[in-house]
Design a protein around this ligand. Structure first.
Ligand SMILES: Nc1ncnc2c1ncn2[C@@H]1O[C@H](COP(=O)(O)OP(=O)(O)O)[C@@H](O)[C@H]1O
Ligand SMILES: [Mg+2]
Length: 295
């Protein structure tokens, strides 16, 4: 029996009984190009979901820039998933309560470490991760820029992916490249949905989503659904400067209305897909482990 198998055995034996409630859905938020508004989208989308009674945890797996806490204006304790990985902290020591009730976990780890971890630490880590199993309705995973194998793994391991782009041709090209790269590693088409950010008009937003939809349909044989649009809105920058989320500070600005609209598209769409089993956070890390080992 290899390590991953032993781990699965262990989990089923010790934790199987607890799995009664619906698992938290893991949603990866990504883009090809950096600076397109992923972190702002993630935080404000989380707040919108939270405001209608959904429980959301934001997981920051961007190693280079940990900026969700900066956007919330909270100073974090410095604890991160890396501490859980090395048995220095329990998972619940790492959950920060942010503005508007959104909870936040800093990643602070190179996910590759998961693969090289000794069995004792791995069991501790997976055990701790299990605490999140049905803890939230959604776990939003904010990722870094750049198309890497780890990003592909995140996408393959999560329940669905929200691809954020802007109308800039470079951002569109990089979004297409993300989908193309992911398809090179799987024959099961993952679920992608598109958010066009910083559009200067609805026309531009529609043209952008149409361009990506057509390209993915024609060249990748993959259908890409659009989740919604966010307009270029100066309130977003204003909110970033004051380290408060725009959804709370400017609830009636255009970007906030767009976020609300996106949420109302997102939620009923989930109902339609309830037949697909939710991998959840445990499924996510198990798959990450498996993908890492099979590389
Ligand atoms: N809808 C928008 N309107 C205006 N500016 C925006 C909008 N979305 C993002 N921005 C600007 O883009 C910057 C980068 O956003 P951020 O969420 O940090 O991007 P990423 O996480 O993709 O790197 C923000 O600080 C903000 O100034
Ligand atoms: Mg970011």
């Amino acid at each position: 029996m290899d390590q991953a198998q032993r781990l699965r055995e262990y989990m089923h034996r010790h934790l199987g009984q607890q799995e009664r409630k619906t698992p938290s859905r893991m949603i990866t938020i990504t883009s090809g190009k950096g600076g397109v508004g992923k972190s702002n989208f993630t935080l404000n989308f989380a707040l919108a979901l939270q405001s209608i009674g959904k429980k959301v945890v934001v997981l920051d797996l961007d190693l280079s820039t940990a900026n969700i806490d900066i956007l919330m204006g909270t100073s974090s304790s410095g604890n991160s998933l890396a501490d859980v990985l090395h048995q220095r902290k329990y998972l619940f020591d790492c959950i920060e309560k942010g503005i508007g009730g959104v909870e936040y976990i800093a990643g602070g780890l190179d996910i590759q470490e998961l693969v090289t971890l000794d069995e004792k630490k791995l069991i501790f880590f997976m055990n701790q991760i299990h605490e999140l199993h049905s803890y939230a309705d959604f776990i939003l995973l904010d990722t870094g820029a750049g198309i890497s194998k780890v990003l592909v793994d995140f996408i393959l391991a999560s329940d669905e992916t929200i691809l954020v782009t802007t109308p800039e041709p470079t951002a569109i090209a990089d979004s297409y490249a993300v989908m193309k790269t992911v398809l090179q590693f799987t024959n099961q088409v993952p679920k992608f949905r598109l958010v066009v950010n910083r559009a200067r008009s609805y026309r531009e937003a529609i043209d952008t989503s149409r361009a990506l939809k057509n390209a993915s349909q024609t060249f990748l044989k993959m259908s890409l659904n659009t989740l919604g649009f966010l307009m270029e809105d100066a309130h977003v920058q204003k909110a970033v400067r004051t380290q408060t989320p725009f959804y709370l500070t400017f609830p009636n600005c255009e970007a906030s209305k767009n976020i609300k609209q996106i949420m109302y598209t997102f939620l009923p769409d989930l109902e339609v897909t309830t037949n697909t089993p939710i991998k959840g956070v445990r499924g996510f890390f198990e798959k990450m482990l498996w993908l890492g080992k099979s590389r």
